[in-house]
Design a protein around this ligand. Structure first.
Ligand code: FE
Ligand code: FE
Ligand code: ZN
Length: 294
């Protein structure tokens, strides 16, 4: 079965039940959310009753709760230790985030490896390894390092960098990868030939480390290092190539998450994109349909 969903909200009152309801309104069977605003580190408490309710509801619907994904906020940076206080804050924040995931019983957490901010890739990788060794101690949650576009000084835009990070961990039982199609394209990988990318990952790291795929088209050409997501089929990757990735047999059991932009910053595209993916047919009027709500 295709495991397909999108990024959804997580609100203070409705919490994960609200996230689930939003996902279901898109006809998704999984979803990804931030436990608070992605751009800050203020976090409220987790309502355990809502967790029970969401688990029960998914079970009733025959959906697999274990495929739900949390995304860590993107402002924490474990690649840069220039300011030791900030570096230590990122580590302790992520430890708390792991605890929140454990309360949510969500055991997949996507994390950006971070930016070295001038320290160089090698030092960045050292910092990430050191932080992860600390964060992953006694963790029941698997951290999925997301492949990055290579914007600015981002670490993790090369499979080789991911390999050196993972190779340097004391315990590899709770580490994995999240492949983002827009980021891979912008980093310079040929996503039109996705099997070749999977071969490289399999050879250097192991395909069983892949725990999530972010399905996004890109506003920019290959190797642009920009990281600007586009709606499914409307960017430089295109409908057929993205569809091939979604239906790639080697990724069958892995959750696929759309992080494509809202149309006019207002209308979520996910219900329409999911429908188009199920129909396997490109809808060139998608944007208009989304805006008109039909
Ligand atoms: Fe991300
Ligand atoms: Fe992503
Ligand atoms: Zn991105």
């Amino acid at each position: 079965m295709l495991i397909l969903g999108s990024h959804v909200k997580f609100q203070r009152n409705s919490q994960i039940m609200g996230s689930l309801e939003e996902a279901l309104s898109y006809n998704a069977n999984t979803f990804m959310f931030y436990t608070g605003a992605p751009q800050n580190t203020y976090r409220g408490h987790i309502d355990l009753e809502k967790v029970k309710e969401a688990k029960r509801k998914m079970e009733d619907l025959g959906l697999d709760y274990s495929k739900v994904v949390v995304h860590a906020p993107y402002i924490v940076n474990i690649a840069n230790d220039k300011d030791p206080d900030k570096y230590e804050f990122s580590i302790s924040f992520l430890k708390q985030e792991i605890k929140r995931c454990e309360e949510l019983e969500v055991y997949n957490m996507v994390l950006h490896p971070g930016s070295h901010v001038g320290l160089g890739v090698e030092r960045g990788i050292q910092n990430i390894k050191k932080a992860l060794n600390e964060i992953l101690k006694d963790s029941k949650v698997t951290i999925l390092l997301e492949t990055m576009a290579g914007k600015g000084t981002e670490v993790g835009s090369r499979i080789d960098e991911m390999k050196s990070i993972i190779d340097g961990l004391e315990d590899k039982s709770h580490i994995g990868l999240c492949l983002d199609t827009c980021h891979l394209n912008d980093a310079g990988y040929d996503v039109l030939n996705f099997d070749k990318i999977l071969d490289e990952i399999d050879e250097k790291i192991g395909l069983d480390y892949v725990g999530c795929v972010h399905i996004n088209d890109s506003k920019n050409i290959r190797e642009s290092h920009k990281d600007r997501h586009e709606n499914f089929g409307f960017g430089s990757i295109g409908f057929d190539s993205l569809l091939k990735i979604v239906y790639n047999k080697r990724l069958e059991s892995i959750p696929k998450i759309l992080e494509t932009p809202y149309v006019d910053r207002e209308y979520p595209p996910y219900k329409y994109e999911i429908e188009m993916i199920h129909n396997k047919k490109f809808n060139e009027n998608l944007m208009e349909n989304i805006k008109n709500g039909k």
